[in-house]
Design a protein around this ligand. Sequence first.
Ligand SMILES: Nc1ncnc2c1ncn2[C@@H]1O[C@H](COP(=O)(O)OP(=O)(O)O)[C@@H](O)[C@H]1O
Ligand SMILES: [Mg+2]
Length: 311
Amino acid sequence: MWRADDRRFIFVTGKGGVGKTTVSAALARALAGRGKRVLIAMCNAKERVSSMFASPPVGPDIVTVAPGIWAVNIEPEHAFEEYGRMVLKVPGLYRVVFHNKYIRSFLPAVPGLSEWAMLGKAWFHTTEVDEQGRPRFDVVLLDAPATGHGLDMLRVPKVIVEIVPPGILRRDAELAWKMFTDPRQTAVLVVSLPEELPVTETLELVAAIDDDLRLPLGALVVNGVLPVLFSEDEARALSTALDTEAGDRAGPSTPAREGVAAAARRAVEERSQAASLARLTGGTDLPRILLPYLFEDAATPAAIERLSAQF
Ligand SMILES: Nc1ncnc2c1ncn2[C@@H]1O[C@H](COP(=O)(O)OP(=O)(O)O)[C@@H](O)[C@H]1O
Ligand SMILES: [Mg+2]
């Protein structure tokens, strides 16, 4: 059994559309329900977290979206400036630097700098403390950007640690990388769907995180799992029925024939889902968390609440 509760930083990765934001929201809901203060950090995303929590829109400043849950939609430029303000403590100096036309056009073009601005900001929020010296947030959930599954982003601090000369940038990247590589503090969650292509991509992603980046994997979240309605025997019977009178597609359409055809299609989908799940189990020994496919809109507080039960 995998527990997210003691981690300070959780990356939610996976291909676009598999349900990363939904998973981030559901996990945040579960953790907040157990008394954690959770920050959901999105990366310059078309945010839908506000509909998941029925909250006002989430922009580049942190807002409360539910009891115990905060959210921010990090914009690289905004994050640069914040960072600049912290690093260049001399009042007004950051303005000279960050409002300089040359620097403004140059910064976003530095490879990885936008990624680091966003990731670095998310990490920075793990270091903040309140007046009592308690962490401002118990855990930061990073809803990774879709491109490159967010792996491009995760590579940046590693590269900075390896090649950037000593200084503030390198010091922060080192601190962040130390947290990201520590399995007691960080976990990477990989979100997938129980379908052939997503499973192949997920296994590649898991291998890249494990072998290449060497970051601590937490669990595999399989999203959109259909409840199994038909046994193997029933699936076979349905497929046979399709070839007989009851399901004969050449014959006139009757409710009975339609019913058999729909059931047979569903049984086929279930078999293919079972095969995909088996491939995932065979390909990695990570703990698995299965989230049901919801037939209603998944971006509502009720749906998020329901999914949160799996965490
Ligand atoms: N378990 C689910 N059942 C049904 N729909 C889902 C489920 N999880 C996500 N969705 C829907 O799928 C779409 C993509 O989910 P989202 O979390 O935005 O993916 P990502 O952040 O990876 O791009 C959204 O419309 C979302 O509401
Ligand atoms: Mg998303």
